[in-house]
Design a protein around this ligand. Sequence first.
Ligand code: PLP
Length: 459
Amino acid sequence: MSVDAHPHTEAFRENADPVAVSPRRSLSPLRSTNKEDWQRHPERARLRIWPEGNWRCDDSMHKSPKPSRWQLSTQLVHAGERLPAVPGLPTVHPISMSNTYVAPPEVMDAILGGAPGYTYGRHHNPTVDALTHAMAALEEGEAALAYASGMAAIHAALTGMDLRPGDALLLSRDLYGASLNLVDQLFRPLGIQAATADLTDLAAAETALSELHPRALLFELISNPLLRILNGPALTELAHRYGARVIVDNTFTTPLLAQPLTYGADMVVHSATKYLGGHGDAIGGILVTRAEFYEPLHGQQKLLGTILGPFEAWLIHRGLKTLDLRFRRQCHNAGKLAAHLADSGRFLAVHYPALPSHPESSRLRTCFPTGEAGAVVTVELDGGKERVFRFLKALELVVPATTIGDVYTLALYPAMASHRSQSPAERQAMGITDGMVRIAVGIEAWEDIAQDILHAAST
Ligand SMILES: Cc1ncc(COP(=O)(O)O)c(C=O)c1O
């Protein structure tokens, strides 16, 4: 199937919407001629205060706030929540579960023509807007969108590169397994070439860029499960020199370790399922970018219905408020745990970027100025699948489960889970062994986590 015939791509290019008055009409709010009418419309004032909780319906509604003068730790608590201090109004954004919004004909016409406001939950939702405002501020972007999963956000970011048959993508070799599968299974069949390279090596990255001339480069700043560190600013500069756009998956790092848009990356994506939500109870994805990318991405989202649900948006937004406390504690715990496990001599290897044995430990502070190295530690047991199964079954505190970023510590077997779709040869090339276990460190006392892991490793 050619890219032009692909429904997603068509949607993306045309920004058409079946719910709109006419499917051929441009729905770009910024280009709408109805906007001026709406500014004068009597309903506009009434909609400024919404009965459920005072959501602003002015022009700032679908845009991000300006970068704040507050520090990031303060912004995490308040971003997206700054409702006017009107007596009796809630201090926390309510969850708006309504899937549609009362709109008299002129109001509906104005909103569908591009004026700010709410019509239908597949297009916008006030609770989701609060989260996207927060994320745009935290990543210092101009606009953000929230998706039903991290994978949906990554898919959207890639389609946002306006790929055509024959175009190429360059991916970090150590990318999350499902991101590699996404490109393989959804983009390659459309005629998009994709190559992987070891992007920890800037010379290898430059060779791949000069040979492939990709439209975009996609990478994570801390790889999974080997926790290699990529030099985001240098890679971004290099990619732009070769005409490639840059998408950074900031899931493992969070805005606390890196804000890639500030050094020129074009899009940042998150699995909000992980540290942003942080409590193991919501799946979601975030894409933050510059204003120029927003309209086509939002047009695509309206057509596909990939918008995050309001309840999940509320949970993830609530999670943001404690991200600084949780993530910093998790990084602290991970550092202590990694050093303790490495000293124990019970493992073939312990991978953690702050350990002197780590190949990029010397570049840690260049890439992450606080010196924090993330909250995941990977250990290698002496043995294969049977040994790992024995280890996972012997854990009493640490939970065997497939994610990261929760308040409790989790253990995952990459060969069976995150990198299951890669062949043994591919895993070997990536350095992922059959005895490797990834520990996503929680906020418990690190000594208890260490004791549990050492006990399980001795079984
Ligand atoms: C780095 C990274 N990116 C993206 C994803 C996908 O996110 P989700 O599971 O929310 O779709 C994951 C999930 O594990 C991940 O680890």
